[in-house]
Design a protein around this ligand. Structure first.
Ligand SMILES: *Cc1c(COP(=O)(O)O)cnc(C)c1O
Length: 366
């Protein structure tokens, strides 16, 4: 049997008719940017996440870039200020910080949750610290009461990178509504994925929402009047229409992901493998299903030879990347261990029962 890591085709197929209808509606409307589809999606997404504002933007990286840039434009941060961020994250979280000439301060994750270790945040704070960016990595909530208290004590903005966690809950509230502002990605492979690039910023802060909307529209909120040196970073109408369809099914899709995860946790029985340690099922939307194993390369080859594609999130940590030479000297053992041992099993709302059972069998025979 061949099991791909993620079949986007199968995911789209589930809602094929609705998606085709939505795209056709936009094509026939003759209106392709900044129209009703964006307005509807922004209203629906605000309601879903539980914030006053959503601003659609071009992608998830830009969503994070614009949040920080808006704080700079509003005079709340300045180039050279520090932003605390987990050391094990997708590079985009860090790129958003450095693109704004802010300084990322990398904090180790917890080896069980893979989320930023909140006991290591306070020692990383300096007089230059202005914000903490948490990343709900792998679809799991990174927010804690302790993080909230630290933000309050040191007057720090709390930014959420919610690219991997649409629908994730913390005590009944959605991630993306827990801090001052959140960046979301609708890259096709995310839990809420478009048919191309897309992203959004959610916030309760009207000033911030207006600044983000302007920055993502050349720095303009009034035609031909330019307030900031912005860029063109808008969500197009076709993607917004697709997202309106997929948002309706997001909870149902996340439940299917949880069912796959539950089955893996119940049925994978191999002492070489460390399964995720789930304390709160509602706080997890399983963007990926991360397992850990020593000598990962052998394992990856073994399952690949048996037709199963697994993916590594991520093979090289940001501080060891060539683009961050100035960080290469850092030693972050927990982060490095996760990057050495992590491998993600196929998980998606379209994964078939026979595929799941096959994966479990192959792994248990390793
Ligand atoms: C995908 C992702 C992003 C970037 O989103 P894009 O839409 O691909 O630009 C940012 N942060 C994390 C954690 C991501 O997984």
């Amino acid at each position: 049997m061949q099991v791909p890591f993620l079949s986007l085709r199968d995911i789209t197929d589930k809602y094929s008719k609705e998606i085709h209808d939505a795209v056709s509606r936009v094509i026939d409307s003759g209106w392709y940017l900044q129209g009703n589809e964006n307005a509807t999606f922004e209203a629906n997404y605000s309601q879903y996440i539980g914030t006053k504002y959503t601003v659609g933007v071009a992608n998830g990286l830009d969503a994070l870039v614009w949040i920080l840039r808006a704080y700079i434009e509003l005079g709340l941060m300045a180039p050279g200020d520090e932003v605390i961020v987990p050391a094990n994250t997708y590079i985009a979280s860090i790129l958003a910080i450095t693109e704004n000439k802010l300084t990322p301060v990398l904090v180790e994750p917890d080896i069980y949750t893979y989320q930023i270790d909140d006991t290591k945040i306070e020692t990383a704070i300096t007089p230059k610290t202005k914000a903490i960016m948490i990343v709900h990595l792998y679809g799991r909530c990174a927010y804690t009461e302790k993080i909230k208290e630290i933000c309050k004590k040191y007057n720090l903005r709390l930014i959420e990178d919610n690219a991997q966690a649409h629908g994730c809950l913390y005590r009944g509230k959605k991630t993306g509504s827990l801090g001052d502002a959140a960046g979301h990605s609708f890259y096709p492979g995310k839990n809420l994925g478009a048919l191309g690039d897309g992203g959004a910023v959610t916030t309760d802060n009207e000033e911030l929402a207006l600044a983000v909307r302007s920055l993502a529209n050349y720095g303009s909120s009034k035609k031909y009047v330019f307030q900031y040196q912005g860029r063109n970073s808008r969500l197009d109408e076709i993607q917004a229409a697709v997202l309106n369809v997929k948002l309706k099914h997001l909870d149902e899709d996340n439940n299917l992901r949880r069912e796959v995860a539950q089955k893996y946790i119940e049925c994978i029985d191999n002492s070489k493998i460390i399964l995720p340690d789930i304390d709160d099922w509602s706080a997890n939307v399983f963007h990926v299903f991360p397992i850990r194993i020593k000598h990962r390369d052998y394992f990856q080859k073994y399952i690949f030879d048996n037709g199963i594609q697994a993916s590594i999130h991520y093979p090289i940590p940001p501080h060891k990347q060539e683009c961050y030479r100035e960080l290469n000297y850092l030693s972050l053992p927990v982060t490095e261990q996760i990057h050495d041992e992590e491998i993600s099993l196929p998980i998606s709302p379209a994964l078939k029962k026979v595929e799941m059972e096959y994966i479990i069998d192959i792994i248990n025979n390793y």
